[in-house]
Design a protein around this ligand. Structure first.
Ligand code: ATP
Length: 369
């Protein structure tokens, strides 16, 4: 059942369409991410869900109720902001119970709800502390506990982890996702951090210049991007221009300057002779040392296709994996990622080394020109 329905919503600030004709629905219990670069309109959309902005056009329904004219505090939502806005002069427990007190909840019931929330965010025993006696991650958990204390139907999160350092952010991703799972409340999170969205969300809406450009699960966004913008925005990608040469029900051939003819194991459904783009992820490229022998033959491609020679230009060793910049004979630089599966993997390749790059017929995503 959908708990949030956004129907043809736009928001204009003067001539700027911050949000441009967006329609989407969010299911009950989802962890939904609004993802996009700076200025793409995700915060404005979140603020319209919260009631801090009014749509210029369209309609927002939450829990079956039209939100037009409904004030923020009367909506079945609660918001956690970027800078964990906890009250510095109040104890942790008073911070968490603040909204409940305003709502007139009795002292005993409030105390037990606060205890429940402290346990939920793993801050048992810290209710008496002041926020400045907590770490950044703990303060963010107080803000979460405060927002969850009123048991909203929907929790809106605006870049909830952005104030935390890298290591803590990563740890909090798991915490936040498991917390959401535990409480079963619908979460809608704004982030510009692709990894964060992929790691936590059940589905992501990608926004570009106010428009919703793709709405999909994290793996579908990564594996089946619907545009060059999404392919490039989510993760890292080699983007190669080509021309569709043949297009059959279960195979296609795309002529490229840099990779020769590329064999694809499905129909592309494009115009033969038209321009297309191949999005090839760095980890989907196989790299082998190049000696005097023949090029490696990919078992799922016709002879000589889907393999090109190159030379390693640069290696970035990142511990768990190494990232290679490989220059092709045409001068194009391709990015390749190899996991370091053993402690000696990084010794297999050196800068300046001639290599073969190969990829499977299913590896590239084919995108419109
Ligand atoms: P960021 O990640 O930088 O927060 P965002 O994707 O959340 O970006 P928004 O904050 O929603 O983007 O802004 C979308 C567009 O609307 C931007 O061009 C922004 O300048 C504009 N905008 C947002 N709020 C206002 C406002 N109150 N008045 C005028 N323009 C605004």
């Amino acid at each position: 059942m959908s708990i949030i329905a956004v129907e043809g919503v736009s928001k204009f600030f003067g001539p700027v369409a911050a949000v441009d004709d967006v329609s989407l629905s969010i299911e009950e219990g989802e962890f939904f991410a609004l993802l996009g670069p700076s200025g793409s309109g995700k915060t404005t959309l979140l603020r319209m869900l919260a009631g801090f902005e009014t749509p210029s056009e369209g309609r927002i329904t939450i829990d079956g109720q039209d939100m037009a004219g409904i004030a923020p505090n009367r909506r079945p939502v609660n918001t956690v902001f970027q800078s964990y806005a906890v009250f510095p002069h109040m104890s942790v427990a008073d911070n968490i119970g603040y909204g409940l007190k305003l709502d007139g909840m009795g002292r005993a019931e409030r105390a037990s709800r606060v205890e429940e929330m402290l346990a939920l965010v793993q801050l048992e025993g810290l209710g008496g502390r002041k926020p400045d006696q907590l770490s950044g991650g703990q303060r963010q958990r107080v803000a979460l506990a405060r927002a969850l204390a009123k048991r909203p139907r929907v929790l809106l999160l605006d870049e909830p982890l952005s104030a935390l350092d890298a290591k803590l952010r990563e740890a909090m991703r798991f915490e936040l996702a498991s917390l959401q799972h535990q409480v079963g409340i619908t979460f809608v999170m704004v982030t510009h951090d692709q990894d964060e969205a992929l790691a936590m969300a059940t589905r992501c809406a990608v926004m570009e210049r106010g428009r919703l450009v793709q709405l999909a699960t994290p793996s579908d966004l990564y594996e089946f991007p619907n545009s060059r913008f999404v392919a490039d925005f989510i993760g890292s990608v080699n983007m190669i221009e080509g021309v569709l040469k043949t297009d059959k029900p279960d195979e296609a051939l795309i002529a490229t300057q840099h990779l020769g003819d590329v064999f694809i194991d499905h129909a592309v459904l494009g115009n033969v002779g038209g321009t297309l783009w191949l999005a090839l992820r760095p980890e989907k490229i196989e790299m082998r040392p190049r000696g005097d022998g023949p090029p490696p033959q990919m078992e799922d491609a016709p002879a000589g296709l889907n393999t090109v020679p190159g030379r390693i230009d640069h290696i970035a060793y990142l511990g768990s994996e190494s990232v290679f910049e490989v220059e092709l004979e045409t001068g194009l630089k391709m990015r390749v990622i190899r996991p370091n599966l053993t402690r000696w993997d990084q010794e297999d390749f050196a800068e300046e080394q001639p290599v073969w790059l190969s990829w499977h017929a299913c590896a590239p995503a084919v995108l419109a020109g």
